[in-house]
Design a protein around this ligand. Structure first.
Ligand code: ATP
Ligand code: MG
Length: 394
């Protein structure tokens, strides 16, 4: 029988919480595969197995498996009876003989220690049969092709190669975070990094509409659509920010505005986080990348909230962040033109070394508490569901 056989690594280290992590992993995998013709997820000895029914496109199953955080790698494998004959016959039957294979080896993992044949003996036995049938040369240290065999108490699996999984920890094991999502390159990557650590992300986007076009909202929606599959759906909160910015311009000198806008965003995000029970705020800041991200400014901006604020990209280079964005598929959306609300009513040269006292003085004439309360009162919340399961008609 054809199965997906996946391994988890980091969870294996989680001590007493291990069963709880694994329950999340199994449930998330089941949910991710909704609507596909697969059997139930099973957890044989440190592995995760999904039977794939004949006729089901295995590529579609793999595409979903690749989104599941907590899986270190996976393989399209075959399950057989745990006997030497069944394993050897299976391997010989499915071997891709048409392939040009300069060298190979057999690797046996025996999680079932009572299996009567030692791993090296089984490797030699299968290796001899494969070599005789194909003429391929054995190379134990640097093989071009590997036949993998894994034996658990009631089953054996064989496959011809693992693919990397999404890694990280199962969604839901890390608690909820509120991600401040601009239309830019960085914040979607920051979100993904926290999601991969098991956090469930809710997103908030501040937009300048109707002072600016709709473009940044459309981008935020698209970005959430790309990220949502990794955590099986997401919510996006849309907060109009243009009117608040206009109010800021009345009393705050131009060079200080970006810092004041950012502090307002964090305060509103804090209020929203409390509503949705998010334990932390997440931003895409990286030290020195733009004027608002000097250490001085980050410090003054961060002091607007006492809520835990996480900046997963803080020490990363732009190139590294862009590579992540390409891999995630967010890059082409992030670089679409938009009118970021922070460019609204902002001079070209904002302050790079904000002083808290100066900023507080500038904010003193603003009804900050009311502005925050009003903005957070009734956020427009949009929901992205994943997977979209088409129910049979009738
Ligand atoms: P990004 O590429 O994520 O836009 P950036 O390098 O352009 O980041 P800034 O524009 O200074 O940096 O924004 C810093 C962080 O503040 C962003 O990563 C994001 O978390 C948050 N942020 C900025 N603008 C918005 C917005 N309009 N809505 C929500 N969050 C925002
Ligand atoms: Mg930006």
């Amino acid at each position: 029988m054809r199965v997906i056989l996946a391994h988890y690594q980091e969870i294996a280290l989680k001590g007493q919480n291990r069963p709880w992590f694994i329950r999340h992993l199994a449930r998330n995998t089941r949910d991710a595969l909704a609507g596909l013709d697969v059997g139930d997820v099973r957890l044989p000895m440190g592995r995760l197995e999904v039977p794939v029914r004949d006729g089901q496109d295995v590529g579609a199953v793999c595409a979903r498996i690749r989104t599941v955080f907590g899986l270190a790698n996976y393989a399209v494998a075959h399950r057989v009876e745990p006997t030497v004959e069944a394993i050897t016959d299976g391997v010989m039957g499915d071997l891709p003989r048409e392939r040009v294979v300069p060298s190979f080896r057999v690797e046996v993992r025996r999680a079932h220690k009572q299996f009567p044949v030692a791993s090296p003996d089984l490797e030699r036995h299968i290796g001899a049969r494969v070599g005789a049938a194909t003429g391929w040369k054995v190379d134990l240290s640097n093989p071009a092709f590997t036949v993998w065999v894994e034996i658990v108490p009631k089953a054996a699996y064989y496959h011809f190669g693992k693919e990397p999984g999404a890694g990280g920890l199962p969604t839901g094991t890390g608690g909820r975070v509120l991600v401040l999502l601009s239309g830019g390159i960085d914040s979607p990557v920051a979100a993904w990094r926290m999601m991969r650590r098991g956090c469930h992300a809710t997103f908030v986007h501040f937009h300048g509409h109707p002072f600016t076009s709709h473009a940044s909202i459309d981008k935020a929606r698209e970005l959430v659509r790309v990220l949502a599959p990794c955590q099986l759906g997401a919510h996006l909160m849309l907060i109009p920010f243009g009117e608040l910015q206009r109010q800021v311009t009345v009393t705050v000198p131009g060079p200080l505005r970006v810092v004041v806008y950012r502090r307002l965003m964090l305060r509103i995000a804090e209020a929203l986080a409390t509503k949705v029970h998010a334990r932390a705020l997440v931003t895409g800041d990286a030290v020195g990348q733009v004027a608002s991200q000097t250490l001085d400014n980050l410090s003054v901006i961060g002091s607007a909230t006492s809520h835990l604020t996480i900046r997963p990209l803080v020490g990363m280079d732009k190139g590294e962040i862009m590579a992540d964005a390409h891999r995630l598929g967010t890059f082409p959306i992030s670089v679409l033109p938009d009118e970021d609300c922070c460019t609204l009513f902002t001079p070209r040269h904002p302050l790079t070394r904000a002083k808290l006292a100066e900023i507080e003085r500038a904010e003193a004439d603003l009804p900050i508490a009311q502005m925050v309360a009003a903005a957070a009162a009734e956020p427009v919340i949009e929901r992205v569901d994943w997977p979209v399961v088409k129910l049979p008609v009738g």
